[in-house]
Every structure is written in C-alpha cells, then in structure tokens.
Design a protein around this ligand. Structure first.
Ligand code: IMP
Ligand code: MG
Length: 183
C-alpha cells in the first residue's frame, strides 16, 4: 500500500519509496565492498526488518546467508527495558562467522546492544549493524551502527516494515500517523 491508500490516517510522508530504495542501493554497494571475499551472514530481526532484508539482500551482488531472530524486550510497550527474551533463535551456528545484523530502526538502542553482546558471546568473527533508521536517543548509547540509512527526528513512524498495532508494515513509504489513529 502507499500513502494514498491510507488517506487521512497518514499525517505526513517522511521518506518516500524512491529515497528508501536509492539509499538501500548505496548501502548494499558499501556492504558488498566491505564483505568482499568474506562469508557474510545477514541476521534480520523479526518482524520489522523483513522489508529492509528483502531489498538489501537483492541489491547486494556478493553471496550471502540469511537467518532470522525474534526478540521481545521486557517493559512497557512504548519503552524498551534492555532486558530481552529470545522468541526465535538463529538456525545457524555463528562461531567464526561475519554477522551483519539488519534492523529497521534503532530507538533507545537497548535491544540491539543486548543482541550484539549475545551474538559476540557466541564466538562470531565479527558483529556489525545495518539499520534503515536511527532516532536521536540512539546516539546516546555506546553502539555505533556501521551502516545507517537515515537519521530521523524523535517521532513515531510506520511503514516499510514498521508497525503501529501490527498495521502499516506494508506501507511502501515511511511516515507518521495522524493523531486520530492513536485514539
Ligand atoms: P529500542 O532501540 O530497544 O528502543 O527498540 C527498537 C524497537 O522498537 C524497534 O525494533 C521497533 O520494533 C520499535 N520501534 C521504535 N521506534 C519505533 C517507531 O517509530 N515505529 C515503530 N516501531 C518502533
Ligand atoms: Mg525491530
């Protein structure tokens, strides 16, 4: 679906489809160059990262493996606590592997720093992060993603994998919702 399909539910489009795809292609070229000659494992974090993963992987020109994790962080629904529970673990033994975590968005960064520690402790040769979006809060944590699509303002966004109450993941753009949607 696109912005038109949402009518007045959408407040504004923050990043249009073309800009998302252009940026992804740039990042894919960087990842290609950085991992040339190495065996890279892309680890997508369900469910938000499915769109980024699908488009990034297809824009890359080197061989890669793909795996998925699902995690949930304890705490309220709007604020991450940094304590994480694994809902679906990797199928892959990552000992000695070059792991690139693929994420939709980093907000507090708490979930991701837990994930990096967890994957590093399994003996991965390297663990890096690619995220499509980063919010201002994330700049405070001790975690520097190797690849960042866009830095966005501190607003709740939906689309391109990101949901509100499990909706809007299939919106091709990234945008903000009108206040009436939340009430
Ligand atoms: P944090 O970085 O540990 O705070 O958690 C990041 C997770 O919260 C992301 O993977 C998303 O699932 C969710 N999230 C954070 N900000 C947004 C947003 O603006 N829209 C939709 N989901 C978000
Ligand atoms: Mg996520």
């Amino acid at each position: 679906m696109d912005a038109e399909d949402l009518g007045t539910d959408l407040e504004k489009v923050l990043i249009d489809e073309q800009s998302l795809q252009d940026r992804l292609r740039e990042m894919a070229a960087q990842v290609d160059a950085d991992y040339a000659g190495r065996d890279v494992l892309l680890v997508g974090v369900l469910k938000g990262a499915v769109m980024v993963m699908a488009d990034l992987a297809r824009a890359m020109s080197i061989h890669l493996n793909m795996d998925w994790m699902a995690v949930s962080s304890y705490g309220s629904s709007t604020k991450s606590s940094g304590v994480v529970r694994i809902l679906k673990d990797l199928d892959t033994d990552i000992t000695g592997r070059h792991v690139l975590i693929v994420e939709d968005i980093i907000d507090s960064g708490l979930t991701l720093s837990w994930l990096m520690r967890n994957l590093t402790a399994r003996g991965a040769a390297s663990v890096e992060v690619l995220t499509m979006l980063r919010k201002p809060e994330a700049v405070k944590v001790d975690l520097v993603p190797k690849y960042i699509g866009f830095d966005i303002p501190n607003e709740f966004v939906v689309g391109y994998g990101l949901d509100y109450a499990e909706r809007y993941r299939n919106l091709r753009e990234i945008g903000t919702l009108a206040p009436h949607v939340y009430s």
